[in-house]
Design a protein around this ligand. Sequence first.
Ligand code: MOS
Length: 750
Amino acid sequence: MDHRDYMDEARGLNAPAPQAAPAAATGAEKEDFKHIGKGTNRVDGREIVTGRARFTQDIKLRGMLIGKILRSPHACAEVVSVDLRPAQALPGVLAALKLAEGKVRYAGQQVAAVAAVDERTAEKALALVKVEYRPLPFVVDWQRARDPNAPQVRDGKPNLDKLNDYSRGDVEKGFREADVVLQRTYRTGFEIHHPTETHASVAEWEAGQLTVYDSTQAVHGVRDGLARALGIPAANVTVIKKYMGGGFGCKLGLNEHTVVAARLARETGRPVKIVLSRRDNAVCVGYRPSSLQTYKAGVKKDGTLTALSLVNYASGGLGAGDSCAEPVVDVYKCPNCKVEEHTVYTNTGASRAMRAPGHTQGALGLESLMDELAAALGMDPLELRRKNYSTRSRGDTGLPYSTKGLDRCYEAGAKAIGWERRNAEPGAAAANGPWRRGLGMATSIWFGAGTPGTLADLVLYPDGSVEIVCGTQDIGTGTRTHMAVVAAETLGLEPKDVTVKLGNSDYPWAPISGGSLTTPSVAPAVRDAALKALEQLKQVAAQLLKAEPADVVMGDRKFALKSDSDKTVPFADVYRALRRETVFHGERAGHPGNEYAFNTFGAHFAEVEVNVETGNIRVLKFVAAQDSGRIINKLTAESQVHGGLMQGLSAALFEERVLDDATGNPANANLGDYKIATMADAPEITPLFVDVVDERLNNLGTKGLGEPARVAASAAVANAVFNALGVPVREIPMTPPRVLEALRRKEARS
Ligand code: MOS
């Protein structure tokens, strides 16, 4: 899924037409909720921590073969010939495929594949495939790729391409009206998703019917993609994903190796498993594009913004870069705004959406700029943000926000971190040996309204058991648990009483687990099904009690009459009277997206300590205040925030893919050389939820959280470093050399 498709999904533009009419949130019940909004342990937690949960890599089928893929060592080459015969002649090899025709355009692109009885034989066979390449000029350095004389990555097309244009008002007029005009450039590097579990697919054919176990964020998307790629009906494909160790965007949609597994399985008549290596994961399945963002801002002495402009160069290899403009266009009240963004193509695997694509980069740029503006005005950075608070989208010129709890996030976050402890003037930190402390904060906006038309079935069994069936997937975030919480809440049960079935494309349709869509899509569909089931149960109870359904109320594992509370019938009797299992279809209804803007908001606060001799940074504290509507399960919501902040910390301090300009291959394609934050780097973390229930959005008033938890974290760290040192680093990751370089800039100035 490329950036544009992904953003359409996140914005809800690809949503199927819902059959149900918009339903108002039943917010009045909030105080009565027993499970919703509380902390429920993961219903599958025991399975996962004891190693019993089956991940795709754990799948073993009878007669299963191992598939392996040979990849190009060249960043650009003509594939002159591929000779599979020596590989095919090796005993134990059952199939070999040629995958490359003509040119390969990045180091890591598929060239050939084999299926063999075991891993060793498959590896030996790969080494026997004879490929003749004619190497061609290439460019992997995106700065160099901008040179008109650089090798052309896409035949006959320039490496530089327009990505996004936006304009409102008149920025030149705005700059003229300003008391202070500041122009600053910020850079963000390439981050790799690196989920704990690498990609894996297992394919099996049976009588023309294809079943694929896949580590994916989109069982329905992979089903449809496989059907297209193989030229078979979608009805003949089932995609299953039971448990998964993360994705962050690199497992959205169909992957090439999955098609290869299906082809090898078809050719051999046996199941085939392909597992991507850590190196493949670093090279072939995407990354967050880089950005080079130049902002210009005009501001009055009192902090009122008069104009904002952004020129951005984003590099996404063979794919488009991310647009980083959403924050500058949307977050602050500003009548004049202009954006110009370009993609730079290189001979590198295509980028992919990565947790809040474009927004983490844009937040780093815009929010760093806001702090530099505040310093120039001698203003509190938080006050500057409040001064330019908007209540409508597009910088206060678009649709009104249905709800916006950002002001509450600012207040709660500032209080929790102790905002008054920051250095009133950046760099005025008291010396503690070589260490200087600072506090910083940053704002986020994201989508997270969910997808109308999402389906979930609820099944009541006469033995009293309850099942939820939905073709969503739990990518590690706790989806099973929130589904059980909503069903249990509605039917007067405990979450552990509810059986949740998900991760299968034969189940009712649900969108990608991405774009912060899952909870606001799935929870309302489950709620809808459960409310319908409750109505039916009340009907049956009314018959048993010889009363009117309207007179029936739910009690503790029994139904009772409002008019006579002594008249009761236990749940068990009511369920038994159903006689057969009964299915209730739930649907996530539509919301008035043409009247209101539905967004999520948040404010991240960080406290850091910077060593002015070594350039090392330690994050001491994080506070995240999130407005994601009603929180369904506090425990898993807090987990999301912990993970998002840690990824933001990691990107701010450590993560950066390095490519070797001479060969086009990565220099740090493993987890030893590519640095990711560990528990040793984890600060004290305080997640806060302001719980602004959005009555217009869905029947629970809930919004997404996965990406909002990540958006502003790196920027908050960068601003805390600025507050500690009095000089901004302006580039992430803020490695020790970059910190020391910033300090030298400061010295040169004074
Ligand atoms: Mo994502 S980039 O929402 O997995």
